[in-house]
Ligand binder design. Sequence first.
Ligand code: GDP
Ligand code: MG
Length: 162
Amino acid sequence: PQPVVAVVGRPNVGKSTLVNRIIGRRQAVVEDVPGVTRDRIPYDAQWSGRAFTVVDTGGWEPDARDRAAAIAAQAEAAVATADVVLFVVDATVGSTDVDEAAVKMLRRSAKPVILVANKADNTSIELEATSLWSLGLGEPHPVSALHGRGSGDLLDAILAAL
Ligand code: GDP
Ligand code: MG
């Protein structure tokens, strides 16, 4: 079976947009309304001649109730079955309490994590993204899933971690 890359993070940080960028087509549902992606949805991806599966998830929120809790459980299940996790944060917002809670969940999973600083649409946001070192997940990878900026470097980092 192909290696599996799970994409997790808060609602609306651009996980589904990033999945579309990675798979090179628009298949994951992107919404301005948070919490649209409910289930673990696998897509086939390829980069530099290597094939892998990328799994889109709904937004992870700690201590969420009902529907939101179910979405968080799906994200945790996706992490459990992944070989590598892409943890996506919004570089225009910086790290939030919810991001920090997600980091604890990721640490418990003991999976390799690549920190993605999405929405780094320009150089100044890219520079601000260096503050995300504070999350303790190593180097932040600034990307603009929307415009493609940084996505080649991110894909190289994914292959290196697989
Ligand atoms: P998800 O909830 O994490 O899956 O986020 P979505 O992929 O649905 O994106 C939420 C919103 O953020 C949409 O309006 C996207 O167009 C927008 N978005 C995603 N990536 C970027 C990016 O790199 N730059 C900017 N400016 N907006 C983005
Ligand atoms: Mg989504």
